[in-house]
Design a protein around this ligand. Sequence first.
Ligand SMILES: [Zn+2]
Length: 198
Amino acid sequence: MLLEYTKHRGRIEVICGSMFSGKTEELIRRLRRAEFANQRVEIFKPALDTRYSNEEVVSHEGHSIRSTPVESPQTILLMAGDVDVVGIDEAQFFDGSLTDVCRTLASQGVRVIVAGLDMDYTGRPFGPMPALMAVAEHVTKVHAICVRCGDPAQYSHRLTEDARLVMLGEKESYEPLCRHCFEQAEAEESKRSDGGTR
Ligand SMILES: [Zn+2]
């Protein structure tokens, strides 16, 4: 897919999927290509994502690119004054105003590439992602591999008891599952918790 070549540059691209699906890898790939084309690129991520580094967007594969942690989407608007391409990683952790910020940037001629989890660990649409997918020109859903059966996986199944949604994904906390295995895991867990209360 040649996303680079359009007459009008301002647009929104969304890269979504589960944990371990290669979202950040794909984001970094597109941003690198823009840099090779001598475009001015800025990358932002929510300030709470301090998983690996305060300064860089780092994929699970270890590739990285410099980024700016920001508290709110409004800050992106203020800081993206003179750029051609804006990348946003871990977009699910921003509030709903991210959608309008992305639309404003695209109207100003900026190519906006947003990566994030489309579903939380319960399988529900996550934060601003569904709205972003609706207004985007391009939506790419990438898949992990189900650790139980080997099918393409779209769910990030939580392995710990910590119920905080913002708990940041590490291999020991989540496993990618397909729909079939996710439903099976949910059923096993509700059976276990029923047994525990009686
Ligand atoms: Zn499976």
